[in-house]
Design a protein around this ligand. Structure first.
Ligand SMILES: [Fe+2]
Ligand SMILES: [Fe+2]
Length: 191
């Protein structure tokens, strides 16, 4: 699928702000792919598409978690997590994009998981550091993203877990799995 086609399909699904965020994620993802010898075109496409399901109604998404046979435990966690796995399926069902690498990158862009592919890491990180984002600790992640993809992802996951805990919110297990898995890549895995 061409980027222009993906943009055309995504734009009506999102608010103007979210659409612009998606374009910044695409640009950042392409930059990271080039930097880390990843698939640049897939990174850009996944960036454009990653929030495709962001504004689906909660009712519809709760239903789709069941009809698409997604993990039922998603329903016990914040609905903010739902758009990622649902979007991964809808880009195929509604947009005709069948590309496992891109679909996995969309699926895990919010929670992360253990054993993320390079493309999954790139989209996870691009969504976190795109230039429109602004929250405590982001400058450190942006800086590390220039030299160490795994460590930057680890920082982003750690910050996310810390944030959720400070809000007394639950943490989806895949996010802990991402944290533990990425810990292998820092300080010789002894952390
Ligand atoms: Fe998202
Ligand atoms: Fe996003």
């Amino acid at each position: 699928m061409k980027i222009s086609k993906a943009m055309e399909l995504v734009e009506p699904q999102l608010t103007k702000e979210r659409y612009e965020h998606s374009l910044r994620v695409a640009k950042t993802a392409r930059y990271l792919a080039k930097l880390y010898d990843g698939p640049e075109e897939k990174a850009e496409l996944a960036g454009v598409l990653h929030d495709y399901a962001k504004y689906r109604s909660l009712e519809k998404m709760a239903e789709e978690i069941k009809t698409f046979n997604l993990p039922a435990d998603l329903l016990d966690f914040h609905s903010e997590l739902w758009h990622a796995p649902i979007g991964a399926i809808l880009v195929e069902e509604e947009c005709g994009l069948k590309d496992e690498d891109i679909q996995y990158a969309i699926r895990y862009h919010t929670t992360g998981r253990a054993n993320m592919s390079k493309l999954e890491k790139i989209i996870f990180l691009a969504d976190y550091i795109e230039p429109g984002r602004n929250f405590p600790g982001i400058e450190e992640v942006r800086e590390v993203a220039e030299t160490n993809l795994e460590y930057a992802c680890w920082l982003a996951v750690r910050n996310t877990i810390n944030y959720l805990i400070s809000k007394r919110a639950k943490v989806y297990p895949d996010t802990f799995h991402a944290y533990n898995d990425l810990s292998k890549h820092i300080n010789g895995g002894n952390e």
